[in-house]
Design a protein around this ligand. Structure first.
Ligand code: NAP
Length: 305
């Protein structure tokens, strides 16, 4: 039986692995068949401390993986399909096998919800993004569109006005879901223009995004809007399908935090975007992975007393 299984291999999971491995817990990281999390589909990362000239997302994740392995983490490239967490022996199932451990850190991440339209995958990280904090600075003096009508859309749009010359907020209805205070803040910013009752049908360009095809669902008309960037703010999907009600989720599907990285099940800790719908940054995920590993190590130590 393992001391610790870590589910997920984004910045949260791999930071937890580095700390746990250095504490001689020899963690098993079940990394997923597609390992590395959201940074694997990101190009330049300019806001991760320690890289003043920026670093490519996949390279940053490879470095974290190498660091985790260097200290003795075992990495398994399989997907977790089921867990049983409530007894002293935790069971984690992949398609191939079942693993047992005394403790588990869940850092399975979240996926930005996508529109599923032509051009979205093709131009991902080449003009299409789901993180203004990460990518906004690349759009100095440019025109961008933010898609969505919630608080994230308002927040992303307001942030983007620091760089972009014009920010469209495109929403599929005529009423925003966002709080009034956020809508008012966006409305009073002269760089922001609201476009209601409108759906994005296609993202167009050559090497990078150049324009989008939009559809007004009230007037039944299509038009083209020139933009260099498309920021999706239509929500995130936390990766919890393998949990089978073993842990409590909030109304958005995120794992409920009891205290910092603790869950209501002894020996089960959480880290990263699977419990964070507010900050969602690689560095905050890494920070919570560190906390989860330290909390877990102390919990395992307490079992010996
Ligand atoms: P959200 O509140 O779920 O809003 C998602 C928005 O995207 C909605 O307006 C929705 O449209 C739209 N949408 C969803 N799927 C779409 C699709 N396929 N095509 C087009 N539009 C689509 O998500 P969020 O804005 O990320 O916020 C998540 C949570 O975090 C909320 O509780 C929010 O209050 C909170 N948050 C708070 C702050 C803050 O207080 N500073 C900042 C960010 C987030 P409909 O409205 O038509 O459904």
């Amino acid at each position: 039986m393992k001391d610790l299984i870590i589910i997920g291999s984004g910045p949260a999971g791999l930071t937890a692995a580095i700390y746990a491995a250095r504490a001689k817990l020899s963690p098993l990281v079940i990394a997923g068949t597609l390992w590395g999390g959201q940074l694997m589909t990101t190009t330049e990362v300019e806001n991760f401390p320690g890289f003043p000239d920026g670093i490519q997302g996949p390279e940053l994740m490879q470095r974290m993986l190498d660091q985790a392995m260097k200290f003795g983490s075992e990495i398994l490239y399989e997907d977790v399909i089921k867990v049983e967490l409530k007894s002293d022996v935790k069971k984690v199932y992949t398609h191939q096998k079942m693993f047992e451990s005394k403790s588990v850190i869940i850092s399975s991440g979240a996926m930005p919800r996508k529109l599923g339209i032509p051009g979205e995958s093709e131009f991902w990280s080449k003009g299409v993004s789901s993180c203004a904090t990460c990518d906004g600075a690349f759009y100095k003096g440019k025109q961008v569109a933010v898609i969505g009508g919630g608080d994230s859309a308002m927040e992303e749009a307001i942030f983007l006005t620091k760089f972009a010359s014009k920010v469209y907020i495109i929403h599929r209805r005529d009423q925003f879901r966002a709080s009034k205070i956020m809508v008012d803040k966006a409305a009073s910013n002269e760089k922001i223009q609201f476009i209601f009752n409108t759906e994005v049908k296609e993202i167009l360009g050559n090497q990078f995004v150049e324009k989008i095809k939009i559809y007004n669902n009230q007037e039944n008309t299509e038009s083209i809007l020139d933009v260099d960037g498309v920021f999706l703010a239509i929500g995130h999907i936390p990766m919890t399908s393998f949990l089978n009600e073993e842990l409590a989720l909030d109304e958005g599907g995120y794992i409920k935090v009891i205290n910092e990285v603790y869950t209501d099940v002894p020996g089960v800790f959480i880290a990263g975007d699977v419990q964070d719908h507010v900050f969602r940054q690689a560095i905050t995920a890494a920070g919570s992975g560190c906390k989860a590993a330290i909390a877990c190590e102390r919990w395992l130590e307490s079992l010996k007393k």
